[in-house]
Design a protein around this ligand. Structure first.
Ligand code: OGA
Ligand code: MN
Length: 205
């Protein structure tokens, strides 16, 4: 194994250990600053060309309703993307899944990812990522694409581990958060100062 692979392995282990010990894993620089920059540029381009859509809504009534639950705009990342930064992202997540399957017998077969952009003051109320219609979602990850972020920007992710102490996580660029989709309730608080950008993904079996 070369140095890069050892670093990567340690990161994967950090995430898995976190999950085992306190029901969530968190690791910084999962994605390198240069790749974060490339991915941020892409979500910016999608945003400016009107390609980000309110998540999971059909008609006008639903839009109003669902904005009180969830205000982010999304765009799915294609599995066969040729955007070099998306390719790097997809490869790294693929390797993490390979490691997870090998060491934890998780039998994850695929994953789906979307960009998420929260405009100022939009939020996502407390929820689980596994819906009745989405039983296939086993694990959730979120990778953040923001430059500079501090407490008074808001936009924290709150995790509510069962019987554990709630945790607040800042959406710092390159950071990844990892938890079980059917078990970890979580919430995105409104950001006050700027848009909040991320990629959310789900591992499925
Ligand atoms: C989601 C979600 C959390 C975040 O997209 O389901 O909970 O920190 N995202 O962006
Ligand atoms: Mn969620």
């Amino acid at each position: 194994m070369d140095e890069e692979e050892i670093l990567e392995r340690n990161q994967f282990e950090e995430l898995i250990q976190g999950l085992i010990e306190h029901k969530y894993g968190c690791s910084d620089e999962f994605i390198s600053p240069n790749t974060v920059k490339g991915l941020r540029k892409e979500i910016q381009r999608l945003s400016e060309s009107g390609k980000l859509k309110l998540a999971g809504v059909g008609n006008a009534f639903d839009i109003k309703q669902s904005k009180e639950i969830r205000g982010d705009k999304i765009n799915w990342i294609q599995e066969n993307s040729t955007n070099p930064f998306e390719v790097i992202y997809l490869k790294k997540v693929g390797k993490f899944i390979e490691h997870l399957n090998k060491t934890c017998f998780t039998s994850i077969k695929s994953f789906e990812s979307h960009y998420s952009n929260y405009e100022k003051r939009s939020f996502y109320t407390r929820h689980l990522d596994q819906f009745k219609s989405e039983k296939g979602r086993k694990f959730s990850i979120i990778v953040y694409l923001n430059t500079e972020w501090n407490e008074n920007d808001g936009g924290m992710l709150s995790l509510y581990p069962d019987k554990g102490v709630p945790q607040n996580i800042s959406p710092i660029g390159g950071r990844i958060v990892f938890f079980r989709s059917d078990e970890m309730e979580h919430e995105v608080h409104p950001s006050f100062t700027k848009e909040r950008k991320s990629i959310a993904a789900w591992f499925k079996n």
